[in-house]
Design a protein around this ligand. Sequence first.
Ligand code: MN
Length: 230
Amino acid sequence: MTMNSYVFTPAQLPTLAVEGSDQRFPISRVFCLGRNYHWGDSQGQVRQAPIFFMKPASSVIPAQGDIAFPPLTEEFCHEIEFVIAIGEGGYDIPEARALEHVWGYAAGLDLTRRDLQMAAKSAGMPWDGAKAFDGSAPMTPIVPVGRCGHPDSGEVWLSVNGVERQRSNLHSQIWSVSEVISRLSQSITLCAGDLIMTGTPPGVDALHPGDLITAGIDGVGQLQVRVASR
Ligand code: MN
């Protein structure tokens, strides 16, 4: 009897490239934050507790080349997001120590089947079908903190076929990186390799086959992908 007697070969660990290195960043889990910028309907409101949902680690793909048009949707939408890459885990991390747990940052797309999300919302059902499909989280290489610091400003933008659809700035985020890490770690024990997608500015809209998406977070990364045929 061998030590490792799996009944089949386990899936390969999902990883992302690291900017300026041949090493890979091993992905544990992907947490996503709901509304984290004012969309024009929430200005001046008191902050409500941040809402987190998840995507499987296997949904992370490099943000390059073609991205698949997912099944079961007529409203496939883009969301450009600032991504936190955790390098050191912890439970109940105080805000003042939160940045010590960050390994790096990336730019990512929280691709969404909006029609499924709206149906789930109105039925009071989970969002998983809307958010957790194959290839739903294209991301740039992760930039180590040693190269980009802890960005708290920098333009967040996305264009489709050369026409700008989303633009804001990291300083407009409702919840800071430290607050996001501290709050999330009050709910679960964060692990090295966890990624946190921190929400998208207004301007989310539908994508169609052949669309060319260019997007980025200034000071962190840029991406370009094309939506494949259905
Ligand atoms: Mn999002």
